[in-house]
Design a protein around this ligand. Structure first.
Ligand code: GLU
Length: 402
């Protein structure tokens, strides 16, 4: 009897002894798969062997079943193996569509690695696709070198995407949805001064622009294309009495005078993050959105768009902050340090970028494992270098030939 046959034989005997001499095929298969994860990939073959063994066992009399089982060590069963590491994603219905959506303001850092790795792992677990979406709709926060650096960093992390989009090439789509929103009376052009709007908003009062007709807004929208920065914005109607003032009639579109590194001066009106993100998540069929809890209010804002358009809301998962001992994670601080000559470059080991981590000699697998261990939990986490080096050592030991 082969090793596998013996395992199956034992499970069948256990089941038979527990059920008055009659083993049940489904129950035996279930207990095999739960306790021997390594057999799952060969479940067809296992099912065939099991049914043969099951016939044999069910033909034995009860006493023989019991003594056979004794010979194999009795009824003690292996505890089901709990999947180690990454927790399951909630509300999965079949395949998933996930996205990793960084701003191209610099290379990726350890905080990005979390979103990238988790999304990647979940696509591997459930099937479906991972979308890489470069969110470059703020012309002032684009570092042209970042487009390339992000892809390099993702490759280092072993993250594979099946689709890629760059938001600055989708501006017409955002216009289309802005116009639709105006047509259904759920957005308006606001020409109030920012400070005046704020006073009204803080008192939960609508500004005069909110009541103007669709026709009027259509005209203003056309005019907005030739306006200067600060003269007008497109606002989404929300609840002007919402308990969080930031959610009250948030800005969807604005005029930016600066040139965009990729599209130059082709466009003057740019979507704000919440608008382009929600439109894209919907159009791209995203099922689950993994984002930091600093985006909680943004998710709340975006829900208004989903409801105005009658779209299904994806599952939002907000994870906690991730701090890395002794490193400056913010891209802007790192950039400033590099410009001032404090750091040698993006891969300076004192930084928290992926390339700096790689330069410290940390292996990709250590970072992947770390992220899977932390998972998408909402509580904050601080990662110590001791932890990272510990994981790294285990991996180095695994791969080094002793
Ligand atoms: N580009 C946004 C960011 O990196 C995406 C946020 C989101 O996940 O929706 O902050």
């Amino acid at each position: 009897m082969s090793n596998i046959e013996e395992i199956i034989y034992k499970h069948t005997l256990i089941n038979a002894v527990k059920h008055k001499g009659k083993a049940n095929n489904g129950a035996v298969m279930g207990s095999l798969m739960a306790t021997h994860a390594e057999l799952r990939s060969e479940s067809k073959k296992i099912a065939q062997i099991t049914s043969k063994i099951l016939i044999k066992v069910n033909l034995m009399d009860y006493e023989l079943q019991k003594s056979e089982l004794q010979k194999l060590g009795g009824i003690k069963e292996k505890k089901p193996v709990k999947e180690k590491g990454l927790v399951d994603l909630p509300d999965v219905k079949g395949k998933v569509v996930l996205r990793f959506a960084p701003n191209p303001s610099g290379p990726l850092h350890i905080g990005h690695a979390r979103a990238a790795v988790l999304n990647n792992e979940y696509v591997k677990r459930y099937g479906g696709k991972l979308i890489l979406r470069i969110e470059d709709t703020d012309p002032r926060r684009v570092d042209p070198k970042a487009y390339q650096m992000i892809e390099e960093d993702l490759k280092w992390l072993g993250v594979k995407w099946q689709e890629k989009h760059i938001q600055s090439s989708r501006i017409e789509t955002y216009y289309e949805y802005a116009e639709k929103l105006i047509e259904i009376g759920k957005a308006y052009i606001c020409t109030c001064k920012g400070a005046d709007f704020k006073v009204l908003k803080d008192e939960s009062k609508p500004c005069p622009c909110r009541e103007l007709s669709v026709k009027h807004n259509r005209k203003l929208w056309d005019r907005m294309k030739t306006m200067d920065e600060g003269e007008a914005v497109l606002r989404v109607k929300t609840d002007i009495q919402h308990k969080n003032p930031a959610i009250r009639d948030w800005v969807a579109m604005r005029v930016v005078n600066d040139k965009h590194p990729l599209t130059g001066d082709k466009y003057k009106i740019y979507p704000m993050m919440n608008f382009s993100v929600a439109v894209d998540d919907h159009l791209m069929g995203v099922t689950h959105v993994l984002r930091g809890k600093d985006h909680l209010a943004n998710s709340e804002k975006q829900k208004y768009l989903y409801n105005h358009f009658g779209w299904d809301i994806p599952v939002f998962i907000h994870y906690g902050r991730l701090k890395m001992e002794d490193v400056a994670l913010s891209t802007s601080k790192a950039r400033q340090g590099i410009d001032e000559g404090l750091y040698r470059g993006w891969d300076d080991p004192r930084l928290g970028t992926i390339r700096a981590i790689a330069r410290r000699g940390i292996k990709q697998k250590a970072i992947t494992e770390l992220m899977m261990e932390i998972g998408p939990k909402i509580s904050d986490a601080t990662v110590s270098w001791k932890k990272v080096y510990g994981l790294n050592r285990t991996i180095l030991e695994e791969i080094s030939n002793r």
